[in-house]
Design a protein around this ligand. Sequence first.
Ligand code: IMP
Length: 172
Amino acid sequence: MSVTVSPLLAADVIHARIQALAAEIRRDNPAGDLHFIGVLKGSVFFMTDLLRAMAGTVTMDFIAVSSYAGTKTTGEVRLLKDVDRGLQDRHVIIVEDIVDTGLTLNYLQELLRARGPRSLRTACLLSKPSRRKVNVPVDYIGFEIEDRFVVGYGLDYDERYRHLPYIGVLTS
Ligand code: IMP
C-alpha cells in the first residue's frame, strides 16, 4: 500500500498565522511574563516558532502525554513526562499541536490548573471541531480543519512525517 501526503497548509501560511497568534497572545497580556508549556512531541515546531515570534519575557517548559496509537485514539491519557518547574502564580499557556476529541487537553488543563497558576490559557495550532467529545476551552486556535488525519509540522503517523515543513493529509 502506498501512502501519500497531500498538502493542506503551506509552510508560509503556517508561519504567517503563528506571527498573528503571537501578537494576539501578547496583546492579551501586555506586561506580564508568560510561561509556555509545550506538549511533546507534536507541538515542538509550533512551540519554537511561536516563542521566537513573541515580544517581551517568556519562559518555556515541556510536558509529555500519550493517548494515541496509529490514527485511533485510545481515549486514555497517560502522563509520560511532567514539567520541570512549579506553576504557582505564573501566567501559563499550554501549547498543543491539535485538539481533536479534547480528551488530552481536558486532562492537561485539569492537571496544570491544580498547580495554582495565576492564569491558564491554551494555544492550539489546529482544531477539528467536529470530533470534539469534551467541551474544552481553547483560547487561541491557528486553523480549524475538517475531520482528516493530518501530518507534518510536528504531527506524526506512527512517529513519521513530523519533520515536514507543511501540514498535509495522509491518504492511501
Ligand atoms: P485528543 O485528545 O483527541 O484531542 O487528541 C489530541 C492528540 O491526538 C494530539 O495531541 C495529537 O497528538 C493527536 N492527533 C489528533 N488528531 C491528529 C491528526 O490528525 N494527526 C496527528 N495526530 C493527531
